[in-house]
Every structure is written in C-alpha cells, then in structure tokens.
Design a protein around this ligand. Structure first.
Ligand code: AMP
Ligand code: GLY
Length: 423
C-alpha cells in the first residue's frame, strides 16, 4: 500500500521509520519531510496546512493511508479534509482534536466526567481573571486556551507575576488568538510522565511510558523548548499507577469524548503529574509527542500500519500492543541559541555512522539537503536515539552516539535522563 505522512520533524522521521518496517507498505511519501526522511520516503514540497494541495496529491497518487502527525493541521481539520475526498486518514477529526486545541474544553471535560486534574477556572476576559487572582493561592498556573507551540503555560510565583501573565496572555496577546480565553489552575507538584496511547474511540491501548525534558539547559534551567530529550520507560510509572490511570483517566477520557459526540480515533498523549494524591492530567495532546515518539516507536514490535488501521476501523480490541523489554533514550542535538536565536545552514557530518545499526537512530528534526549535503535547518536539528537493555545503558549509548555527528554550533543538554539515577 501507499502511505502519506504529513509533517517534517523528528517525530515524523520516527513514524516514517516505523511505517518503512511494515511489510504491507510499498511506497511512502512525506509532506514536506526533511533530509533524513528523504532516505526512506519521497518528500513532496507541500506545507502541512495546505489542505487543498495535500488532498489533491493524495487523490492523484491513490494514497491508501494518510498519517497526520502535527497538532496544527489536526486541530484545523486535516483528517476531515482527507476523508471528504475519500482518503483514509489516521488521526482525530477536528471535533475530537479539540481535546488538545482548547485547554478550556479539556478542563471542562475532565470536570464533567470526574477525571483527576488540577482545580481550575476558565476566563474569557482579563477583568474577571484579574479579580479571581486576588484570592488565589500562589504559585499558580496560567494557560492560554489555544495552541501556542507548547509555550502558552506560565507558572507564576507571585500575585504580581500572575497579573502580568494575565495581561500578556489576554490583553497583549503574547500567544495570539490562543489567548482569547485562558485557564487559571492550581499548581501541582510531582513527577511528570507522558503516556501515548492508541484509541479507536472505544478501546484504548496505552503504549509504553516516557519522560520529556522541556527546558533548554541542564538542571531544567533556561527557557521552555519543544523538548530537549526523552527516555522510555519511566521508572516511576509502576503497574499500580498504570492500572489506576487505565480505570480513572484513559478509558474515561475515551468514553467521555464518545459521549460528547466527539469520538476520538488516533493517538491521545496523556501528560500526567504523579502527585501525592495520585496521578492527575496536566494536559492532553491529540498526537504523538515530539521527542516522545523517538523513544517509544523504536521499542514497539507491532506493525504500525495494523495498529493505525484498527484505530480507523474500530477493531483495536483485537490488537495487543507489544513493546521490547528494553529502554531507549533520545538526546536532541540543537543549534546553540535555541529556542531564541540560532544559525542554520551548517553541514552535518558523520550521519553515515548510523547506517545499518538497528538500535541507534539519528532522527532528523531540522535538516535539509543543500548541494547534495545535509545541512542544519532548525533549532532542533537531530534526535539521537539509542536503545539498551536498561535505561542507564541506553543513556550511555545515546550520549556516545551524539559524538558520532558533528556540525557547527552543536548543542545538547548533558543531563537527559538524570531522573533515572533517582529511581
Ligand atoms: P502543558 O503544556 O499543559 O503540559 O504545560 C507545560 C508544562 O507546564 C508541564 O509539562 C508542566 O511542567 C507545567 N505545568 C502545567 N500545568 C501545571 C500545573 N497545574 N502544576 C504544575 N506544573 C504545571
Ligand atoms: N514533547 C511534548 C509534546 O510533544 O508536546
């Protein structure tokens, strides 16, 4: 069959890598893709939001399955657009992707269906939000309602900071229209875990757990980024926690969406906080995480096409997910200065060292081909993933492999997976 993957980052490279392993797939296209993806798929120069061009392409090439990976097109209705032209597509429709697209929606859903999450209030004007702050306990968390490249969350320690935060979100529109509404919620403490899951709208199958590192610098200092590294599984995500979450969070979320007439088919990413009072939902995403996919998918033994088709067809109850009994660590190699100001266009050397190795991967995030050479083309450049029998070995393998490649202004955190030592 012919598969089209929509997206261009490290997550999409990991997805394409899994699709390429399926014996059922004869041809892969990726729009727009990147230099690494180009080794496995034919890249087509169409942007992820250009639904007319994407769907025309899928019809013309008789694509059997399209996989929409990023949040923006999912929330804007890419899956609906493909389906309207008779193309099978993996991912939630717009009416279900709202689970990620509106934090106010997701908070109200959790409240209505008793799914554990932080206490909160939604606001659609700054005046009410500012008044609410007067009696609120600090620290407090402010969230722009809509998509904001993962940056729309402010943790405020003082009333003054919180007031400034409300003004910047709702009045100065720091995150654009995402800040037309906002959520103000209780600050929680605990360990964070990400659990990605497949669902067909009735059955939900969690994949293995993972943990992200969002800050740019060692010791979780510096600005928030798209993610500087991940490891999987999380040693803190026990069987008891998994059972609690299945009963109180995962299945109730899928059932709640169905009950609301918003049947969710695709990947739900649960951002969880393991608090003293038990696991609570920090956020939902309607897609694979980036760079969570880069540590979760290499560990999956299933044929990804079988699983995705079961999600579309409503037959996921027939499938058991199967993960390797090992561990994986992904260290992101970025351009120094990311996420603020960085240079692009430097040649990347040493990528051939990954050829033919099945437990090491250089997933391309921001790269492109220029005059036959692979050059840097973004803040996050590569996700270096390595597997190992356990987390410590996987981590030392991943850091060893970061040395195989070189480019000007190469930067990475040196403490990805430091929580492993606390387990
Ligand atoms: P989100 O995009 O909602 O996952 O928020 C981004 C990050 O902000 C999370 O990964 C947490 O580290 C932090 N965060 C979000 N909500 C809360 C909360 N209620 N309490 C403490 N930290 C939070
Ligand atoms: N790594 C977090 C995300 O994909 O949103």
């Amino acid at each position: 069959m012919k598969v089209l993957v929509v997206g261009s980052g490290g997550r999409e490279h990991a997805i394409v890598n899994s699709v390429a392993k399926s014996s059922r797939v004869s041809k892969i296209y990726c729009a727009p893709g990147n230099a690494g993806i180009a080794g496995l798929a034919e890249c087509v120069d169409i942007g992820v939001m250009d639904f007319d061009a994407l769907t025309d392409f899928a019809v013309k090439e008789k694509i059997d399955l399209t996989i929409v990976a990023p949040d923006d097109p999912l929330v804007a209705g890419a899956v609906d657009a493909f389906e309207a032209k008779g193309i099978r597509a993996f991912g939630p429709r717009a009416n279900a992707a709202i689970l990620e697209g509106s934090k106010a929606f997701s908070k109200d859903l959790m409240k209505k269906y008793g799914i554990p999450t932080a206490q909160y209030e939604n606001f659609d004007n700054a005046e009410d939000a500012l008044k609410y702050l007067e009696t609120a306990r600090m620290p407090i968390v402010l969230k722009a309602d809509g998509l904001a490249l993962g940056k729309g969350v402010l943790i405020c320690n003082t009333l003054e900071e919180a007031r400034e935060g409300v003004k910047s979100i709702m009045l100065d529109k720091q995150f654009g229209a995402a800040g037309n509404r906002m959520v103000i919620e209780e600050f929680m403490t605990g360990r964070e875990v990400s659990v990605l899951s497949f669902t067909d709208g009735k059955t939900i199958r969690p994949m293995t757990s993972a943990q992200d590192h969002k800050r740019a610098k060692d010791g979780d200092q510096g600005l928030n980024t798209g993610g500087m590294g991940t490891f999987s599984p999380s040693p803190f995500y026990t069987k008891e926690i998994d059972e609690f979450c299945m009963k109180n969070i995962y299945q109730p979320t899928v059932d709640a969406m169905a009950a609301e007439g918003r049947t969710f088919k695709g990947v739900i990413f649960f951002g969880l906080m393991l608090t003293e009072d038990g696991p609570k939902v920090l956020e939902y995403n309607a897609r694979f995480g980036d760079p969570e996919a880069q540590v979760v998918l290499p560990r999956m033994n299933n044929d990804i096409i079988d699983v995705m088709e079961a999600c579309i067809d409503g037959t996921l109850d027939k499938i058991e997910l199967d993960f390797k009994d090992n561990a994986a660590v992904c260290v992101v190699l970025a351009s120094d200065g990311y996420p603020v100001k960085y240079e692009k266009g430097y040649e990347i050397k040493g990528l051939d060292k990954f050829d033919g190795k099945d437990s090491y991967f250089a997933f391309h995030a921001g790269t492109k081909l220029k005059d036959g050479k692979v050059v840097t083309n973004g803040g996050r450049v590569l996700g270096i993933t390595a597997m190992g029998p356990d987390l410590k070995q996987a981590r030392s393998n991943a850091y060893e492999a970061t040395k195989w490649v070189d480019f000007d202004n190469k930067y990475c955190r040196s403490d990805i997976g430091r929580a492993i030592d606390e387990a």
